[in-house]
Design a protein around this ligand. Structure first.
Ligand code: G4P
Length: 531
C-alpha cells in the first residue's frame, strides 16, 4: 500500500466519439479547466488542433488527421488526470481500441443531431468487452437535434447500455435555454461562450417555484417539470457501483464549443470515475497496490524525428513505481532493460520523468525492443491480458517493387507491424506476405513510411478476404489436417499463430459447421490466455 495516495488521486481516461462529434473541442475545454493550455477565447478548435494536441507525426500534419495517440496530463481539483487522446479517423480504429485497454474509464461524446454513429458503436463494443465505466456527453445542444427522449432510447438500444441522465436539457438549437441538474437541483442557463464561472447557476429547491417560469417562460417551465418528473421516476439516484461495473452510464447534455455543461461533467467525473484498478494477467490478478512495478506497452509511436528511426513505446503503469534508470524485466525477451530518458507527455511537449505511478503513461525510447502488449515487471513472468488484436478488415498482398531493397522492405514491414500500424500475415504454400488493416488509409501510411524511413518501395494487391480468424483445436491432428486441407486460406501471424483467412461470412460459417473440432476466434487474445 506504499503508493496508495498516488494511486487514489489519479484518473486515466479517454474521450471517444465518432469523428466530428466534438471530441477535440471537449478535450480542449478540459485542458483549459486544468490550466494545461491557456488560449484566451479559443473557440475555434482548429487553431489549437494545428499545433497542440496530437499532431506530432509528419504524416499526420500532411493529412490533417489525428493519426497519433498522445497523452495529456493535468491537475484539476487535486486530481491528476491523464487523458489519452485517440485518433478520430476510422481507419485508425485499431489504435483507439488499444488505447482503450490502457484507460480506466471513458467519456463518450455523442452528437445530438446525428445520434449514434458507426464509430460510436464499435468503440462501445470494445469498452463493453472490458466493462469500462462510461460517461456520455451529448453534445451540440445549440443545434436543432433529435428529441432527447428518442435520443436516449436510441443510445440505450444501439449501445446496449443503461443511461442515467445527470442533467436535463431545455430545448435545443436556437431555443436552447440551458440544463437542469437533476442531482444538484439547479438550473444553468445557456448563453453562448460561457466561461463556466458558476454565476449563472440558479439553485431551485422546488421545481414548482415561480422562478422557473421567470427564467424559462411558462411553456418551457411546464415541459421541464413534466420531463423531470418522468426522468426522476424512471431513474432515481445514480448507483455509482453500476457505473463502475460498466452497466450504467451517467449522461450529461451540453455544448462543448460553448463550454456549456462541460464543467458539470468534469466535476462529476473526478468524483465518480475510478482510480487505477487491479488487472488480470496470464498467471494472476495484479493488485494495483502492489509495491513492485508492472506495466504494459499499448502503443508505439514512430517517426518523432523523421531523420531517425526512433520510436517511443507508451507504457501504462499498472502497479508499483516506475523509476528512471532502474532495471526492469522485459518478459517476452527475457532480458533486463532500463530507461535513462523516460518521458511524460503534454501534446508535443515531452519532459523527462523521474518516476511514475499506476495510471500514468510513460514514453520509453525504443530502438526496436518493444511490441504492442509487451509487459515489464520486476522479475515475474506474466503478460497482461485484455490487449487483443482484432481481425483486420482489408487484406492486401505486399508486392516488392525494388528487389534490391528486399531486406529493407522486410525490416520495415516487421517494425511497422510491431508498432501496430497493421498486421502482417505469411500465407502458407507460397509465403505471400499479407498486410491486414482496418482502413485504406493505413496502406498509404505504410507505403509512405516504407519509402521514407526504410527506402523500400512496395505496392499492394487486393485480396478477397474479409476476416482473419485465429484457429485453435484441442486435437492437434485435426488442426494439422485442417491447415493442410485449406493451405491457401491459412497463414501465420507474426507470432507464428495460425490464422484462417475467410473470403466471406458464408465460407466462415461453412468451415465452422464442417469442422466442429476447430475453434475460430475473432481476436488473438486466446493465445495470451494459453501462456
Ligand atoms: P472531433 O474531434 O470529434 O472530430 O470533433 P471536433 O471537436 O473537431 O468538432 C467537430 C466540429 O463540430 C467542429 O467544427 C467544432 O467546432 C464543432 N463543434 C464542437 N462542439 C460543438 C457544439 O457544441 N456546437 C456546435 N454547433 N458545434 C460544435 P468545424 O467546423 O469542423 O471546425 P471549426 O472550424 O469550428 O474548428
Amino acid at each position: 500500500m506504499k503508493y496508495k495516495n498516488e494511486i487514489d488521486k489519479r484518473r486515466t481516461f479517454a474521450i471517444i466519439s465518432h469523428p466530428d462529434a466534438g471530441k477535440t473541442t471537449l478535450t480542449e475545454k478540459f485542458l483549459l479547466f486544468g490550466g494545461a493550455i491557456q488560449v484566451a477565447g479559443a473557440v475555434k478548435s482548429n487553431k489549437i488542433k494545428k499545433h497542440a494536441t496530437s499532431d506530432f507525426m509528419e504524416i499526420e500534419r500532411q493529412r490533417g488527421i489525428s493519426v497519433a495517440t498522445s497523452i495529456m496530463s493535468f491537475q484539476y481539483e487535486g486530481i491528476l488526470i491523464n487523458l489519452l487522446d485517440t485518433p478520430g479517423h476510422k481507419d485508425f480504429a485499431e489504435d483507439t481500441y488499444r488505447t482503450l485497454t490502457a484507460v480506466d474509464s471513458v467519456i463518450l461524446v455523442v452528437d445530438s443531431v446525428n445520434g449514434v454513429e458507426e464509430q460510436t458503436r464499435r468503440l462501445m463494443e470494445v469498452c463493453r468487452m472490458r466493462d469500462t465505466p462510461v460517461i456520455v456527453f451529448i453534445n451540440k445542444l445549440d443545434r436543432d437535434g433529435k428529441n432527447r427522449f428518442d435520443l436516449l432510447e436510441e443510445i440505450e438500444k444501439e449501445l446496449n447500455i443503461h443511461l442515467h441522465p445527470m442533467t436535463w436539457p431545455i430545448n435545443s438549437g436556437k431555443d436552447f435555454k440551458g440544463v437542469y441538474n437533476l442531482h444538484e437541483k439547479n438550473l444553468r442557463l445557456f448563453t453562448p461562450h460561457t466561461k463556466a464561472s458558476g454565476d449563472d447557476i440558479i439553485s431551485i429547491n422546488n421545481l414548482q417555484d415561480k422562478i422557473v417560469e421567470e427564467k424559462l417562460g411558462e411553456k418551457d417551465a411546464a415541459i421541464l417539470r413534466e420531463d423531470v418528473e418522468l426522468v426522476d421516476g424512471v431513474h432515481g439516484a445514480l448507483n455509482v457501483d453500476d457505473y463502475l461495473a460498466g452497466k450504467v452510464a451517467p449522461v450529461f447534455f451540453g455544448s462543448a464549443i460553448n463550454n456549456f455543461g462541460v464543467k458539470e461533467m468534469l466535476d462529476t467525473f473526478i468524483r465518480i470515475a475510478p482510480p487505477p484498478r487491479s488487472r488480470e494477467t496470464s498467471t494472476r490478478k495484479v493488485n494495483v497496490q502492489e509495491d513492485k512495478l508492472s506495466g504494459f506497452i499499448f502503443k508505439i509511436h514512430a517517426n518523432l524525428d523523421p531523420k531517425h528511426r526512433d520510436r517511443i513505446a507508451f507504457l501504462r503503469v499498472c502497479s508499483g513505481k516506475f523509476e528512471r534508470n532502474k532495471y526492469y524485466h522485459h518478459v517476452r525477451l527475457d532480458k533486463d532493460v532500463r530507461f535513462s530518458n523516460p518521458y511524460s507527455f503534454m501534446a508535443r511537449e515531452k519532459s523527462i520523468v523521474e518516476d511514475a505511478y499506476p495510471g500514468d503513461v510513460v514514453g520509453l525510447f525504443d530502438t526496436g525492443n518493444f511490441k504492442i502488449g509487451d509487459t515489464l515487471t520486476e522479475g515475474e513472468d506474466f503478460f497482461f491480458t485484455g490487449i487483443p488484436t482484432f481481425s483486420p478488415e482489408i487484406f492486401k498482398e505486399v508486392v516488392n517493387k525494388d528487389p534490391m531493397k528486399t531486406k529493407q522492405l522486410e525490416k520495415g514491414l516487421l517494425q511497422l507491424t510491431d508498432e501496430g500500424v497493421a498486421q502482417l500475415f505469411t500465407q502458407f504454400g507460397g509465403n505471400k506476405k499479407i498486410i491486414g488493416c482496418v482502413g485504406e488509409l493505413q496502406f498509404e501510411v505504410i507505403q509512405y513510411r516504407l519509402l521514407h524511413e526504410y527506402n523500400a518501395s512496395a505496392e499492394f494487391r487486393a485480396l478477397p478476404y474479409y476476416k482473419a480468424c485465429w484457429i485453435t483445436s484441442k486435437d492437434p491432428k485435426k488442426l494439422e489436417e485442417f491447415t493442410r486441407f485449406k493451405t491457401n486460406n491459412i497463414a501465420e501471424d507474426k507470432d507464428g499463430h495460425l490464422v484462417y483467412l475467410a473470403q466471406s461470412e458464408w465460407f466462415l460459417q461453412t468451415e465452422r459447421t464442417n469442422n466442429p473440432d476447430i475453434e475460430f476466434h475473432f481476436s488473438s487474445e486466446v493465445h495470451k490466455e494459453m501462456v
